[in-house]
Write a protein that binds this ligand. Structure first.
Ligand code: FAD
Length: 131
């Protein structure tokens, strides 16, 4: 049968991209190897150059520049280059970057705690509804 699936629009693309990024962060170890740190840094640094929504990519690039100058979102000491040194730091950084986009789009902020991030992206809720 012919594949009738449609190309993703901006919303679907965004949900899929966030799913990949938060999942990769959820499985990023407490104490990543040098190779894992370099690779994760490369993935995030590549996004402003290749994310397939031009205005989104541009806004992300501006956010990275702002972060280098002023420090990370909410936690001013948390920048991407330092965040890749541990799983918890990377998850918090990514949650902050996603919240920055949420704020720009008028969407609610997500609570950036390890517990809430693990429930959403790793374990699912305690009631077993995602098992
Ligand atoms: P999404 O924002 O796609 O989130 C998916 C799920 O992630 C949510 O349902 C929630 O459970 C969870 N979540 C939400 N916030 C967080 C958080 N802070 N931490 C962890 N989990 C969270 N769209 C634009 O219109 N303009 C842009 O400039 C733009 N920039 C983008 C930049 C990037 C790098 C990416 C990946 C996407 C961007 N998008 C942009 C798309 C936009 O962020 C959304 O993906 C899209 O609008 C669909 O939104 P949604 O409400 O389905 O939830």
């Amino acid at each position: 049968p012919k594949d009738r699936a449609c190309p993703p629009d901006g919303e679907e693309l965004g949900r899929s991209a966030w799913s990949f990024l938060h999942s990769a962060a959820a499985y990023f170890p407490e104490d990543p190897s040098a190779q894992q740190q370099t690779s994760m840094l490369a993935v995030f640094r590549a996004l402003p150059h290749i994310y397939p929504c031009h205005s989104c990519a541009e806004a992300l690039g501006e956010e990275y520049k702002r972060e280098e100058k002023e420090g990370g979102w909410e936690d001013r000491s948390l920048r991407l280059s330092e965040a890749v040194r541990s799983g918890p730091a990377l998850r918090k950084w990514l949650c902050g970057i996603h919240n920055e986009v949420n704020q720009r789009l008028g969407k609610p902020a997500f609570p950036c705690t390890e517990a809430k991030l693990a429930e959403r992206w790793l374990d699912g809720p305690a009631d077993g509804s995602c098992d």
